[in-house]
Design a protein. Structure first.
Length: 136
């Protein structure tokens, strides 16, 4: 597992991404749920952790992570962040760069994506192979 995250760190080109970054964000969000001062940041922690899972290209782990976020905070399933992660996962599964871009654009109109999220999401988008390009 550590090998996958180190490959991801090199692929992203961000040395601040630690081998357990997705897990750390999950742990922080888990403790934040019960903290009145931090509970408003849980959506962002889940979003960042979900983006890390998407960047790893392991869609099974991404789905498991989404399921665990719903377990930890049942209200998360009704948020725009959860819908975005689900839509992006579906676009990656289908190899649909246009849908991926469209969902990000719609989300960004309501909530601006920060530099970190934008950088990683663009790399994920670039890694999507267009399903319609069949050269055989």
């Amino acid at each position: 597992m550590a090998g996958r995250w180190s490959v991801l760190r090199r692929w992203i080109g961000d040395t601040r991404l630690r081998t357990n970054d997705g897990l750390t964000k999950w742990q922080v969000s888990r403790s934040a749920i019960n903290n009145n001062l931090m509970k408003w940041s849980v959506k962002d922690y889940f979003l960042k952790a979900g983006i890390c899972h998407l960047a790893s290209a392991d869609l099974v782990a991404t789905q498991r992570a989404l399921d665990s976020y719903m377990e930890l905070d049942p209200g998360f399933a009704q948020t725009r962040e959860f819908k975005l992660l689900g839509d992006l996962k579906e676009a990656v599964e289908q190899g649909d760069q246009e849908s991926f871009s469209d969902k990000l654009f719609q989300f960004d109109q309501m909530s601006k994506l920060d530099k970190w999220k934008t950088k990683i999401l663009l790399r994920i988008k670039d890694a999507i192979e267009e399903g319609g390009e069949d050269f055989s």
